[in-house]
Design a protein around this ligand. Structure first.
Ligand SMILES: Nc1ncnc2c1ncn2[C@@H]1O[C@H](COP(=O)(O)OP(=O)(O)O)[C@@H](O)[C@H]1O
Ligand SMILES: [Mg+2]
Length: 233
């Protein structure tokens, strides 16, 4: 459903993405791995229309969405849960969730809210609480819940495990697996190589603005280069 071809991006004169090729098919978890600063978030921003592509193109569900306005990309069903959660701390949990259906999913807002609360009972318990009072793990759940309110066809998660305790990281990966088991296609952007490769069907590793390794998650996990560079083995 997502086809990225030769995608380039830069900040000023600094080239960050030098021609990325990447696909996500219906129902897949695809993980995009890479060290800090390699351009993963930049890739997400370009896919979401929040940063310009300097070359190449992005197709989503058969339509070219390269450099289209962010609102149009959301409307098409490509929904991103940004790095660092970006929730609104001074608004209630429920209000944060409702904002997720601002651009898409408005008609089914009530039913989707029920479903999100079913998936995240802890958010239901804290429905009226200000989002800023939630723990880090709960805030990440809120950010994902907000994404689900927009009825994603493809959900991009940008480092959902960042800053969580090992126990919560485990819970987060279980949750991602569960969402995917319900049929949702997920592009999982992570630095957590081991756990991401465990739940993904396919993987891309980005280095120097290019795809350095790609293939089934199992084959990438076995790649000696990956094991040396990212796992110190
Ligand atoms: N708004 C920006 N302006 C200039 N440089 C940026 C900006 N955002 C990110 N960068 C730089 O682009 C590179 C890629 O960043 P980023 O996409 O955030 O990487 P990652 O998500 O893989 O950690 C980094 O060197 C970062 O410093
Ligand atoms: Mg990032």
């Amino acid at each position: 459903m997502l086809e990225v071809r030769g995608l380039k991006a830069a900040y000023g004169g600094t080239e960050i993405l030098r021609g990325i090729d990447l696909d996500v098919a219906e129902g897949e978890i695809v993980t995009v791995l890479g060290s800090n600063g390699v351009g993963k978030t930049t890739l997400n921003m370009v896919l979401s229309g929040l940063a310009p592509a300097r070359g190449g193109d992005v197709r989503f569900c058969g339509e070219t969405i390269t450099n289209r306005p962010p609102g149009a990309i959301v409307e098409a069903g490509l929904i991103q849960v940004p790095e660092g959660r970006r929730i609104f701390p001074n608004m209630q949990v429920r209000e944060n969730l409702e904002l997720g259906s601002y651009g898409r999913g408005k008609a089914n807002r009530a039913a989707n809210l029920d479903r999100v609360f079913e998936t995240f009972p802890r958010l239901k318990e804290r429905e009226k609480q200000l989002a800023g009072t939630l723990s880090g793990g709960e805030q990440q759940m809120l950010a994902i819940g907000r994404g689900l309110m927009a009825e994603p066809r493809l959900l991009i998660l940008d480092e959902p495990s960042l800053g969580l305790s090992p126990l919560l990281v485990e819970e987060m990966f279980d949750l991602i697996r569960k969402l995917n088991a319900g049929g949702l296609a997920i592009m999982l952007v992570e630095q957590n190589v081991v756990q991401s490769l465990e739940i993904a069907s396919r993987a891309y590793v980005i280095e120097n603005g290019e795809v350095a390794m790609a293939g089934s998650a199992a084959s990438v996990a076995e790649n000696p280069e990956l094991r040396k560079t990212y796992l110190g083995l």
